[in-house]
Design a protein. Structure first.
Length: 364
């Protein structure tokens, strides 16, 4: 069952959005992004748009979602459309709007051309990132849902360890892990990663029918969903035994991860935090084998930006942002190690939501 937000919470979010629109000189904003619509209105359907001006909050959707929208979106006027563009044009003209902000990365070229066609008198202003900026700092309720999702991910790790052994396939482990997540949450936060042996060198490897072998490292990356909010965690374990090289790489990544956690502070930009962890790996001689960013924001989407912990992460961290800290080393032909925690940025530093142990575990 979808969680319905209260009118006070919706009103607060709309007030912050309207302040942003005033700063940018736009009369209103047209929002198509599903996570952005849900954040602003509470609506969980997958078809429609919201139009928000200084005085109006309108949710336009089709017949299938009208009753759902009425239940989920307090404070919004629900408008049913037969032709979305004509209905939108009528609403815009009825409100006397002359300039509309829109999400440039959520509108196709064809859709934007149609918008211009039905509303030739409107000036369009790309405000991509306006709502995402509001979403970056979580309120207490959002933090509660994310913490619950992280706790379920921890429980899922304890559960799946009994299945990780020689002879079991990556796909079998992934299916069992995802089944656990479906039983205890709204389901997997993303396609679960299970990568064993040499396939661990693929940061986003998809599970295959490859069987686990003794001595291999296995990268496990998964998350749960609670009331639309995601969690994200990675652990790397060894099957039966771990040789000296595997232990060396693991310890380097763990040191980098702990350094990254320690560097998380309000006021620091993402690239500064990334650099702290990256330097640990580079100093050990494996810098070229850590090719992705240190972390990303998490919330209604599994990857949110801002915030972004990477060499190109320019936005500043602030209290109540939620980020991953997930350095890795990926060696072609050998395998990989990634260790990831989900954390809340606080005035005192990073508060870990992921509680699963991080010492190298020998399982199976």
């Amino acid at each position: 069952m979808a969680y319905c937000r209260g009118e006070a919470q919706v009103s607060g979010r709309l007030a912050r959005l309207r302040a942003g629109l005033r700063e940018r000189g736009a009369d209103a904003i047209l929002v198509f992004g599903l996570e952005n619509m849900r954040y602003l209105s509470g609506f969980t359907g997958d078809s429609g748009a919201v139009l928000i001006s200084e005085t109006a909050a309108v949710l336009i959707t089709d017949f299938r979602y009208v009753e759902q929208a009425r239940e989920e979106a307090p404070g919004f006027r629900i408008v049913k459309h037969d032709d979305f563009f004509e209905t939108l044009a009528g609403e815009v003209r009825g409100l006397g709007l002359r300039s509309l902000a829109y999400e440039g990365d959520k509108v196709s070229v064809r859709r934007f051309a149609r918008l211009q066609e039905v509303l030739p008198e409107v000036s369009w202003v790309d405000q991509n990132g306006l709502v995402e900026g509001l979403r970056a700092v979580k309120d207490e309720e959002e933090l509660k849902f994310i913490a619950e999702a992280a706790a379920i991910a921890d429980q899922a790790f304890t559960h799946i360890l009994q299945y990780v052994r020689e002879g079991v396939t990556e796909r079998e482990i992934a299916l069992e892990l995802e089944w656990y997540l479906k039983r205890h949450s709204e389901g997997p936060a993303f396609t679960t990663i299970v990568a064993s042996g040499p396939r661990g060198a693929l940061p986003h490897a998809q599970p295959t029918d490859k069987e686990l072998r003794r001595g291999e490292l296995v990268v496990l990356d998964w998350g749960a969903v609670v009331n639309g909010y995601h969690s994200d965690m990675t652990r790397t374990v060894a099957v039966g035994a771990a040789d000296a090289r595997s232990r060396e790489i693991y310890e380097i990544v763990l040191r980098a991860q702990l350094a990254g956690l320690e560097a998380v502070r309000p006021g620091r930009c993402g690239r500064e935090v990334d650099a702290v962890a990256r330097e640990v790996i580079a100093a050990a001689g494996y810098g070229e084998y850590f090719g992705h960013g240190l972390g990303h924001g998490v919330g209604l989407a599994i990857h949110e930006d801002p915030p972004r912990l990477s060499p190109r992460g320019e936005s500043l961290l602030a209290a109540n942002m939620v980020v991953t800290v997930e350095p890795g080393i990926y060696l072609p032909g050998f395998g990989g190690v990634r260790i990831e925690d989900l954390v809340v940025v606080t005035d005192e530093g990073a508060r870990r939501l992921s509680q699963s142990p991080k010492d190298l575990m020998i399982v199976g």
